[in-house]
Design a protein around this ligand. Sequence first.
Ligand code: FAD
Length: 466
Amino acid sequence: MNKPIIELLRKAVGREKISTEEHVLQERRHDYSYISQLDDFQGRPAPEAACVAIPADTADVVAIVNTCRENSVALIPFGLGSGVVAGVIAHPDAVMLDMSGMKRIRKIDTHNLLATFEAGVRGSDAEAALVKQGLMLGHYPQSIEVSSVGGWVATRASGQFSSAYGSIEDIVMALEVVLPNGEVLETRMTPRAAAGPNLNELFLGSEGTLGIVTAVTISVRWQAEKREYSAFYAPDMEKGFELQRNIIQHGWEPPVMRQYDATEVKRLFPDQFRGKDSLLIMVHEGPTGKVAAEIKEILEIAADLGCEPAPVEAVDKWFVDRNHVSTFEKYLKQGVVVDTIEIAAVWDKIFGIYESALASLNEVENIVVASAHSSHCYRSGLNLYFTFAVLPSNSSQMADVYKDCWRRVIEATYKGGGGISHHHGIGRNRRDWMPAEVGETGVNLLKTLKAALDPQGIMNPGVLIK
Ligand SMILES: Cc1cc2nc3c(=O)[nH]c(=O)nc-3n(C[C@H](O)[C@H](O)[C@H](O)COP(=O)(O)OP(=O)(O)OC[C@H]3O[C@@H](n4cnc5c(N)ncnc54)[C@H](O)[C@@H]3O)c2cc1C
């Protein structure tokens, strides 16, 4: 254990904000990633950090960053630990920076539709505060009850209603960030600026490697006047992609557009299962007239493409279950390797990637499930969310099988011309494929940025790039 840093931090911010309690250290060793949970389960647990620092405000974060930098001690930001790509793994010499103590809502401005949250505010608490004033975030990751606003920025998260309301980068208006040198950057609250590169973008997706996000101002919305559901069958995934492309390219933007392949329809919507058909479910929101017009037009677009309406009970079911967070425990106990991988591609590449990733997964020995759905639709492309489950004959193979499945999906994606992560981020799971994603030049640029901002390399080392 790195004792000197514990005492130095206690002097800097007060004893009560630096914890070495066993359960606090234990619970902040890693994020939610399957591989970290498998390592715990199979007796290779991630170590505990030297201590957990729990800042109460931005001044505390500055003092913690300065103390760590002056002593060349690694600092690992921890939001609420719902990340799924091993972006958080403790180290005995490192300090874990638990942001959950910074949970104040600084301001809700109903005139400019802006809300400023400290980084540790839980997503569902942010939404609840807005709802009281008739507002909403419009950003609803499935993990909204177990993730923080700062974590959303750090991972470049995307919510279930993104097709109309955008992902986190579309709604972040301004950030407060503590830089590795201890300075506090506050980006300006203007609706747009032509003042050089957008500095918010440096930290969106930086996964704790370039600075600590301490506050986030989000451009919020009034709650929708009307909400309706619709659903359609498409004879296969490719036809369903065509339906989605036509809907969005005609200017219609249902906030939720999710298309499940037949395997997933059977598993998730057994009552709506219809052989080979894929199922597209949609939520329409907005002014009543707009919602009615959207539904009417989409019915016509679907009919032109030979896609039949499906029962909206499927959407009811999705709506009720949409924030469910399942645990890996039962799979680990049964020796099942399971995970999801999200990717994205332009329209003329997405079906090829769907086919080749599933074909490759289906070659894995003892594969039980290989399936996909899309959940985020764009004028120029779509995401896909692959699910795999494998039951290796020997539990000692589980980690290798897991890595092999990841390799297969990621390789099928970049070879097929897609992007290797749509919204979960890079962490350690995808780090080795960053050269394929951004090129050697891109990796070198990221390294140059990292070296300029964090020359001692103390900020979440080992994540994003090697
Ligand atoms: C069941 C489930 C469903 C999910 N659904 C979605 C979804 O719909 N959409 C989606 O985008 N993601 C989803 N995720 C992934 C995860 O919830 C997001 O990545 C989320 O943004 C992580 O937030 P967190 O506060 O839990 O961050 P953590 O897991 O604690 O940290 C994630 C990364 O961000 C860094 N970090 C955290 N806070 C800060 C900060 N304040 N400053 C700097 N760096 C920081 C950490 O070091 C780490 O690298 C899901 C996860 C689960 C388990």
